[in-house]
Design a protein around this ligand. Sequence first.
Ligand code: ADP
Ligand code: MG
Length: 322
Amino acid sequence: EVLSNKIAAGEVVERPASVVKELVENAIDADSTIIEVFLEEAGLTSIQVVDNGKGMDEEDALKSFSRHATSKIEKEQDLFRIRTLGFRGEALASIASVSKVTLKTSDGTNSGIELYLEGGHVKEQKPTAFRKGTDMTVAQLFYNTPARLKYLKTIQTELGHTIDLINRLALGYPAISFRLVHNGQTLLHTNGRGNIQQVLAAIYGAHNAKKMIAFEGQSNDYKVYGYATLPEVTRASKNYLSLFVNGRWVKHYLVQKAIVDAYHTYLPIGRYPIVVLYIEGDPQLTDVNVHPAKHQVRLSKEPELLRLIEETVQRAIRGEIH
Ligand code: ADP
Ligand code: MG
């Protein structure tokens, strides 16, 4: 089993940011309202995620590292109506197989348990005093897969991936307080009070956030809303377009194109606005099970949605310009 976990790790765990993603998504799935991420050397040395979610009892803690040990799919048909973020039950097994993991967790009914694993094997297990929640530290990522280790980029590049990820998660979950700390320095802190503009200010600066205009629109099957900068505040990259489908951050080329098209001739060539776009619709219309990394999404009734997005953003922009 450890071998197949290592193979799966190649698919799921590409770099420190992929570990952060899986751990933070688990914290979100556990109904946490405060999630803190501590990185040492961009996570190459250590990644710690601390949450105040529902935690695990001893049995669940031990089970959580075996493959397909997901508590999140009850029936087979649930695969087609995914609401929680994790659903494959392989992330922790994969991560543990290529690192040294320390887990402290408690579900609040007992004092808590601490596990230490190396390469996916439990080496130590003891009771520990811990309040309700989970504290997971992943140290020495890829220590036993030198090929993967060699492929990692510089600290700055790896850190950039994680900052980008936490930014999107903070935008996707404004009611959760996120803190990202790198080598002791706080890089992002959101207050978790559900205010998207506060999150935008934390990420892009209060000055830019204040200049973003709200938009909102609805069609038969979809509702869209969000914030967008006027053409006077632009960036040189599409990376500042953040899309969420039912709370999940996704990448979608045609949706990005619909947003950019909404600006029509107002955008200078090669420049993009800062936009955060939330799309809501029946989960049956969205297929997130396209790739294990789960960024891609297939959307049903796509032409209707693209038209709605372009028209809604365009109306907001034009309303401000004229
Ligand atoms: P998945 O998220 O797909 O279910 P994972 O391998 O990511 O699979 O996690 C395995 C299981 O471990 C989860 O289903 C959950 O029951 C438990 N778990 C992991 N992280 C946490 C956490 N932070 N709080 C509570 N339970 C957790
Ligand atoms: Mg998970």
